[in-house]
Design a protein around this ligand. Structure first.
Ligand SMILES: [Zn+2]
Length: 1005
């Protein structure tokens, strides 16, 4: 399907009547479908909202004047290899100055680019009345009575045209408004030309306008993914010899994939990869013997898909010093003996029958093994890992190969670090993937929790900075370093600021972990996990079951109120090596340690982002934030803002606003403290990552709101965790999980994130999951491929649809599945093949022509979903795929379609809120509010063109006159498809180019 939507129009506007340097016609009310609100979002307002120390709507030095453009050391450099933009600006022909337009150039001389014939969803949130304390408090109160109806936020305005210059948005609105803005800009340039000493050629360029006909497509701000792991994700894409264990359904399959990966490696190289899920083969946890033979003597280290557990083989444990090799075992008797002595302290639990953990076990085995002399291997130095567990086999006392949480670091540290060039290649690969999904900005959370604390620094200094200097960062990147290294960040910011002047690289986030994950039973909960009881539950392997049961026994006398018998794991910073998962999860960082670090960072004016999945972990993080903020306010961290606010209040009072003065005077000391705490929290963007479970007693949404925190939930985790919610937590806690709507209702702005590569990088399906709390039905996902050119790589399979059972959709789903998991770089199938398979299934279902036509356009009609073709999640989700409630069931931001009785139905986000979560709110979480994530004057021109298919087009879907439920229903039928992606006003991804590449490769092969 060829869409030639870009006309080659070159409008030459001569220097017209220069009325004034009026940038925008009115800034006031304008004609529909323009967006006067957008036009009115003045720089001053944006400045206020851009609080991470940036000084304007554009935190950088380039972009506004021609003196700066294209000259500074950090000026953007064209991504020649990735910017097939010829079509959009190959207008050719001589301009007024005789210059011919150069295709794909970044226009350093500042021509005006006018994008028209589009539906532009601007991502600009209309002001919800007052942003003040009262409004937020009222919202919090209203939103937390249950029901999750959501706060009624205004609708994001649509526009139809946009003016871009030097990669920045100059104007957004109706075509008339934007043309007027272009004329004004040209006139201003012409007037400037009159000034003596001006470079005439340069000025001449500024009066050129390049037109881009967008063919009626929907334009969205580039997606922001606020939490990814860029280097590990990119390494997984770029490297050969990686064992990708996703979907491996048996021990044999695991071994086969490991063997295949190992075959591509040298004899000493590590087999890496992972992403396994024991649920895929029935729930038994694997052990090192699964990998030993397949790896052919090479060390293998394979994290579970959630990255909170890992499987290491014998060679890897030996490299890490957790096992002695057989040859060394006898000779190491002395070492083992020493280990025994050291381990004695840890042996206390052994009496109670608990599998005593690596520490004690090492001691016992060290004695036995050394004495016997014939032991094939022996445990080595007893590891005491804070916030981690080395699983041991109760029978032998040796590590099984399963490492939980920070114990993963014992082996991860032994894996050689890829050199900077390899990591830079990984960033490039990650960038290609991200741009193809419409993601133009990411929050990078560093390498895995287990890597050493300096690795994110090495990525920043040795990889990201050089890429930024060379102009080779493919997307915008905001990076975190470990919270424990905050002292290093202070001088770094003094020297380098917070951003590279090129505008692509930003830093300043501090990351830490409060707990683990639900999948690994290490998320810290107030109440215990349910005991494993079914084969489908992941931890039901015999050894883990024994451990948990024993743990229950040893704790049974200690029940006390709030803890409900939970042992307090990791109190004061110490984790335990119990040999199995703890009952209520565990802390990854000691509570007091976390509080102290957060307080120190806040006092230094730094952003803190803490991973917290369990309800207790979330409460503790919020508590730490609140305390840190209160101390920060006391220390005057917010003194400057506070003085400014006081001045504003005085001015208002002086201006004679009756009542204003009274209100200001009426604020009690206590209320002032609460307000300042919240405002400081908002300014510093204190983030809670994941926020997957919230406590019942304390209203965590209110606490989060009071701390001005920024939640960063993962809708796609909902899909992977859904099957284990009930078995592990019970119905009540399961229903409250992933509280997306509650967070939005509390006046917060949840920034959505994938946590890639924990799950795939798919904002479109992330939006879908946030709205429908299910994966897109396979027919819808398959139908979306019909929107792509035939030879384009197919859309990835949405997470959670791997096990389709419905006959008629199997073909299509299988075809779609072949390209899953970001492997689109080398996907065998094409979109056309997936589409054909899908249409065959539609034909088999006996649909009428109209339905087939709609399906072919990418929108499976409801009949298709309801006529016996529903995917499994339709049943599991309890009504998610039931009749679509277009009838306005549930208004407001929190309302989705009118499903009935599904788990967590109250927590659905509206389409608009979900889109904001992946655009404007995501940008806010990475400190780039107003700079990206919106299409408004002052923002960078980062945007995606998407096809939505079906009748009525984009406006019928997102138009402000459409009820929220209609948008949700529409999303259920039509998965948007990213066709092109622009960063800094340059085309950096085009699905048609990819299609041609694929066709070329096919012809060659
Ligand atoms: Zn993460």
């Amino acid at each position: 399907m060829a869409v030639n939507n870009t006309s080659k129009v070159l409008l030459v506007l001569s220097a017209l009547v220069a009325l004034a340097a009026v940038f925008w016609p009115s800034g006031g009310p304008g004609g529909a479908p323009g967006s006067p609100e957008v036009a009115g979002s003045s720089n001053a307002a944006a400045e206020e909202r851009c609080p991470l120390g940036f000084t304007g709507p554009n935190p950088h030095t380039f972009g506004t004047s021609k003196q700066q453009a294209g000259k500074g050391p950090g000026a953007p450099v064209p991504l020649a290899a990735m910017a097939p933009a010829a079509r959009t600006s190959s207008a050719g022909g001589g301009g007024p100055g005789g210059r011919s337009a150069r295709g794909g150039d970044d226009d350093p001389l500042g021509r005006l680019h006018l994008f028209f014939n589009a539906t532009i969803w601007t991502g600009v949130e209309p002001p919800p009345g007052q942003e003040g304390a009262a409004a937020a408090a009222a919202a919090a109160a209203a939103g937390n009575g249950g029901g999750g109806g959501g706060v009624k936020r205004g609708r994001v305005p649509l526009a139809s045209a946009m003016l871009v210059q030097r990669g920045g948005v100059v104007a957004v609105g109706s075509l008339e408004e934007v043309r007027a803005a272009a004329e004004a800009a040209a006139a201003a340039a012409a007037a400037a030309a009159a000034a003596p000493g001006t470079d005439e050629a340069a000025v001449q360029a500024e009066v050129e306008v390049v037109g881009h006909d967008m063919g009626g497509r929907l334009l969205l701000p580039g997606f922001v993914d606020a939490h990814v792991h860029l280097v590990p994700g990119g390494l997984g894409l770029a490297r050969t010899g990686v064992a990708d264990l996703r979907g491996a359904a048996s021990r044999q399959e695991v071994a086969a994939r490991v063997a295949a990966a190992a075959a591509a490696l040298g004899p000493e190289e590590w087999v890496l990869g992972g992403q396994w899920d024991e649920g895929d083969w029935g729930g038994q946890l694997p052990d090192r013997s699964w990998l030993d033979e397949a790896a052919g003597g090479r060390p293998a280290y394979l994290p579970r898909h959630d990255l909170h557990m890992a499987l290491a083989n014998t060679a890897a444990l030996q490299r890490a010093g957790l096992l002695q090799p057989p040859a060394a075992a006898a000779g190491a008797a002395a070492v083992a003996g020493a280990a025994g002595a050291a381990g004695a302290a840890g042996a206390a639990d052994a009496e109670s029958g608990v599998s005593a953990g690596a520490a004690a076990a090492a001691g016992e085995d060290g004695g036995g093994g050394g004495g016997g002399g014939g032991a094939p291997e022996a445990a080595a130095v007893p590891p005491h890992v804070e916030g981690g567990v080395v699983d041991v086999d109760p029978a032998t006392g040796l590590p099984t190969g399963i490492l939980r949480e920070r114990a993963m670091g014992l082996v991860a540290a032994a894996v050689p670090e890829p050199p900077p060039a390899a990591r830079a290649a990984a960033v490039a690969a990650a960038g290609r993937l991200a741009l193809s999904r419409g993601v133009t900005a990411v929050g990078d959370m560093g390498r895995y929790p287990t890597a050493d604390p300096d690795s994110p620094w090495r990525d920043l200094v040795d990889v990201y900075m050089p890429l930024a200097r060379a102009g080779r960062l493919p997307l915008r990147l905001y990076t975190h370093v470990p919270l424990s290294t905050w002292r290093k960040l202070v001088p770094y910011q003094l020297v380098y600021g917070r951003s590279h002047p090129g505008g692509r690289l930003h830093w300043g986030g501090l990351k830490d972990f409060a707990d683990g994950s639900l999948g690994s039973r290490t998320a810290l909960m107030w109440a215990p996990y349910l005991l494993p009881h079914s084969d489908s539950d992941s931890d039901s392997s015999s050894s883990a079951r024994a451990g948990v049961n024993n743990s229950t026994t040893s704790n049974s006398g200690g029940s006390n109120g709030g803890d409900e018998g939970c042992g307090v794991e990791g109190e004061g910073g110490g984790g335990r090596s119990t040999g199995s998962a703890p009952r209520c999860g565990q802390r990854a960082t000691g509570r007091e340690e976390l509080r102290q670090l957060a307080a120190a960072a806040v006092k230094a004016g730094l952003q803190v982002s803490v991973h917290a999945i369990g309800d207790r972990a979330v409460d503790e993080v919020v508590g730490a934030f609140a305390a840190a903020l209160a101390a920060g306010v006391e220390a005057g961290v917010d003194a400057a803002e506070e003085a400014e606010r006081a001045e504003q209040r005085q001015q208002q009072a002086a201006a004679g606003a009756a009542g204003g003065e009274g209100e200001a005077a009426a604020e009690s000391e206590e209320a002032a403290l609460r307000r300042r705490v919240r405002q400081l929290g908002e300014r510093l963007r204190l983030r809670v990552e994941h926020v997957q479970h919230v406590s019942g007693a304390a209203n965590v949404s209110a606490a989060l709101a009071a701390a001005g925190a920024t939640p960063v939930p993962n809708p796609l985790h909902l899909l992977t965790d859904a099957p284990m919610l009930r078995p592990r937590l019970g119905a009540e806690r399961a229903a409250r999980a992933f509280p997306l709507a509650s967070l939005a209702a509390a006046g917060l702005r949840p920034a959505l994130a994938s946590d890639w590569p924990v799950v795939d990088l798919q904002p479109v399906t992330g939006v879908y999951a946030a709205v429908h709390r299910a994966a897109p039905p396979p027919p819808v996902a398959a139908a979306a491929n019909c929107l792509l050119p035939r030879h384009a790589p197919p859309l990835p399979q949405p997470v959670g649809t791997a096990t389709t059972t419905t006959t008629a959709t199997t073909t299509a789903a299988a075809a779609a599945g072949s390209s899953s998991h970001g492997a689109d770089l080398a996907a065998p199938a094409t979109a056309g093949e997936v589409c054909d398979a899908f249409l065959a299934s539609v034909a088999a279902a006996g649909l009428g022509e109209a339905e087939q036509a709609e399906a072919a356009s990418g929108c499976a009609p409801e009949a298709l979903l309801l006529g016996g073709l529903r995917g499994p999640e339709g049943g599991r989700g309890g009504g998610d795929e039931a009749a679509v409630g277009d009838g306005g069931a549930g208004a407001g931001a929190g309302a989705g379609a009118g499903g009935s009785g599904g788990e967590g139905d109250d927590e659905r986000l509206s389409v608009e809120a979900a889109l904001l979560g992946h655009t404007a709110w995501g940008a806010r979480a990475i400190g780039l509010e107003g700079f990206t994530g919106v299409l408004a004057p002052g923002a960078r021109a980062d945007f995606v063109e998407v096809a939505v298919g079906g009748r009525g087009g984009a406006a019928a879907w997102l138009g402000s006159d459409q009820p929220a439920a209609a948008a949700a229903a529409r999303l259920r039928r039509c998965l948007p498809v990213v066709l092109r992606t622009w960063v800094d006003g340059r085309l950096v991804y085009d699905v048609e180019e990819r299609a041609q590449e694929a066709a070329g490769a096919e012809a060659k092969g």
